[in-house]
Design a binder for this molecule. Structure first.
Ligand SMILES: [Zn+2]
Length: 393
């Protein structure tokens, strides 16, 4: 399926632009006409992180006239392994500001619009409505569903991508011509089922593999060339070095873009819809949560505790709380590890940030360990409050 160009061509290209974009201009399918469409285009990139970095850099180099960047985060040292739009001197700086500075260096002809704020249900429509196309580089389900819903409600196309370890996916969602994200994934995964990149890791270069597919699709849509990835899901496996395309059909029963939609406005609360932690975990942590300071006091007072680190072995290698025993969450949830746990000691569970340990705590309580507790904020809060010499990751 080929689609008409999203954008009308600009009136003309300047001499500077003709020189700069000459390698585009001599491609017959792009030509002066296609480049004029890119010049007139307004593209918003949601997130200036792993996917947003290569996407923004190539969109800028390609001569997209106006690039919007929305990101409320600041650059962290652990971002530099993959978020190549930021450098060492940007650590601590706003990601949106840092990305804008890099874009100006790559191509000063691009007009950059910075939205240094979190995308939410109150601003998403207004921000999206200013752009022709959205590139979604978000890393969490709540924002992903909100981006999808807003795009469908506004009739906007968007290019979606996701990355995890060695696996990437990409597609173009445009309800007018094909399925939306909810047609493919009607329900968010159960809380705790799909680890984030912060929990599970991501190969840095995977961001470029998927981010460049997103830019490729963006250029095709803006200029109206080729076969856009509408109704098809690209699945990339970096270890196998395989690309597969899976057909995705529009779901006539889709609650958002189907024949009888029941979702006709943005949801009140996307975090709630995606459930940061399960109901069981939310219940389990009530009156069973301690702080890093309390844990330190217990240790210093010689209290007989059994401290269980429920993270994965690779994370345990990076940093650990003194005295902890590694038992990954999966072994607790499956029941496999229950026999390893003492009945006569105070059990304290912890993970990186407190989400996985809450899930594990629910399983322990259900198995009869009524007094077990978990550490609020996990290793990260231990490092922050007790021992800043340890690495946060
Ligand atoms: Zn749909």
């Amino acid at each position: 399926m080929s689609l008409p160009p999203l954008v009308e061509p600009a009136a003309e290209l300047t001499v500077d632009e003709i020189r700069r974009y000459s390698r585009h201009l001599i491609i017959p399918d792009v030509g002066v006409e296609g480049q004029k469409r890119l010049k007139n285009a307004r593209v918003l990139c949601v997130g200036a992180g792993g996917l947003g970095s290569p996407a923004l850099m190539y969109l800028a180099a390609a001569g997209v006239g106006t690039l919007g960047i929305i990101d409320f985060d600041t650059v962290d040292e652990s971002n530099l392994q993959r978020q190549i739009i930021h450098g060492v001197s940007d650590v601590g700086r706003s990601k949106a500001e840092s990305a804008a500075a890099s874009i100006r260096e790559i191509n000063p002809l691009v007009n950059v619009e910075i939205h240094d704020t979190a995308l939410d249900r109150d601003n998403v429509r207004e921000i999206f409505s200013r752009y022709d196309l959205i590139v979604d580089g978000t890393d969490n389900f709540a924002t992903r569903y909100m981006v999808n819903d807003a795009a469908v409600l506004l009739g906007k196309p968007y290019v979606w991508g996701s990355i995890y370890r060695f696996d990437g996916q990409a597609s173009v969602f445009w309800a007018e011509h094909g399925p939306c994200y909810r047609c493919l994934y009607p329900e968010p995964p159960p809380p705790g089922m799909v680890p984030s990149c912060a929990e599970g890791g991501v190969l840095g270069v995977l961001c470029a593999s998927i981010g460049s597919i997103q830019v490729n699709e963006a250029i095709k849509l803006l200029a109206g060339i080729g076969e856009p990835l509408v109704g098809r899901l690209m699945v990339y496996d970096a270890l196998e070095m395989s690309y597969r395309k899976i057909k995705v059909r529009k779901d006539p029963n889709c609650v958002l873009c189907g024949e009888n939609p029941t979702v006709t406005d943005l949801l009140e609360d996307y975090e709630d819809f995606c459930g940061a932690v399960s109901v069981e975990a939310q219940e389990a942590v009530v009156d069973a949560t301690i702080t890093a300071l309390e844990l330190k006091e217990w240790q210093d007072a010689g209290k007989d505790i059994f401290l269980v680190d429920v993270r994965e072995p690779a994370e345990y290698e990076i940093v650990r709380i003194p005295g902890s025993t590694l038992i990954p969450k999966g072994e607790i949830i499956s029941g496999e590890a229950l026999a390893k746990l003492p009945q006569d000691k105070q059990i304290v569970l912890h993970c990186k940030s407190g989400v996985r340990s809450a899930e594990a705590l629910a399983a322990l309580k259900a198995a009869g360990f009524k007094d077990a507790v978990h550490l609020q904020g996990g290793v990260l809060s231990w490092v922050k409050q007790i021992d800043p010499s340890l690495p946060a990751y």
